[in-house]
Design a protein around this ligand. Sequence first.
Ligand SMILES: [Zn+2]
Length: 392
Amino acid sequence: MIDRLQRRRAVTSVGDGVALARTRRDFLRSAAGLTLGSTVLHAPWARAAVAASKRKVVVVTFGGGARDQETFAPEGQENIPHLMRELIPQSSFFTQVVNRGILGHYVATASLATGVYETINNFAALPPQSPTVFEYFRKDLKRPSTDAWVVAPSNGFNRIGESSHRSYGQGFGARVILPKHLLTAATAGRHEDYQHLLRDNYETPFYAPELAGSEFELQQLEMILKLSVDDFKAHAQTLSSPDELSVYIAHQLMRQVAPSLLWITMHDIDIAHAGAYSLYVEGIRRTDRLCSDLWKAIQSEPEYAGKTTMFILPDFGRDSDQDAGGNGFQHHRTGDALSRTTWMLAAGPFIREGIVVDRALDSTDLVPTLGAMFGFSPSFAQGKPVTELLQS
Ligand SMILES: [Zn+2]
């Protein structure tokens, strides 16, 4: 029932989404230092030199949803200096990415990863029903299990790497690494120093599935990430947030395993559910910085530099202050245009720089776009490839 209601609202909010896209473009144009609309390409010889089989993609989901007034609007731009000044000027930026599905973080992220609006219970440890991008990638291109990884913040995401689809599923998924789970295993249940990193999600304190298999987790740390438990614990103590822990682990994965398809889900912004505006804004600022850190990591790691496309997109937005059914920034319950209309940026050697695209994309378009970039066939995905990203 909620689902049907949300879908109806999605239909009525399409017109509002167009208006949002226009204002986003205006915000970007008026921002200092941005010259948009040019068609600067990265060196064409660099594109030709990198075969599809060597290309890498890093997908970053932007943290549980943020609204324009805290990000792209003039009063919000101070919260995203890295996006505004570093990343967007060298990206193709899409101002209108509409999520027509269920606005829960696990199910929405699963929808991004399958290209289908998933209807699985957001608060259950269930695999997506449609094949994930990781399965298409690995099965079609015959890639080993080490070539597709997910780094996710909460135990609730432990099934996102592999669907229950009978043509794919078992054995074709991504390896999923849950840094908080690693930390729990590494500290053997004594968490006093790490409480700030270990909260599982911000929405339902009652749902925090405990995962078994800590021995395997510690093997992952030592054998795969080449991190001693002591080093890991010492480093974790210096980190201020779960997303920072995720980025630290992702960087370690890039160095040690260098997967071609790496998916990082950020979640700090969702602390907004607690109702503290300052923590929500702090989460946005941190996510902005961490996106820039990841971009720098891509440029500095020899396995990634010059052949990696990075995508950044939120799973969905948050409620506006206007809708009487919501409580402003705190939640994403109303299904209004602001909570459904997000954005996406793509950057890398195969992507045009300084382009802003206003036409409406669907959240489900990501997987077909990755399929066209890598050369796999996402047969069950609903979306369409984003042609603006495939023209180079
Ligand atoms: Zn949330």
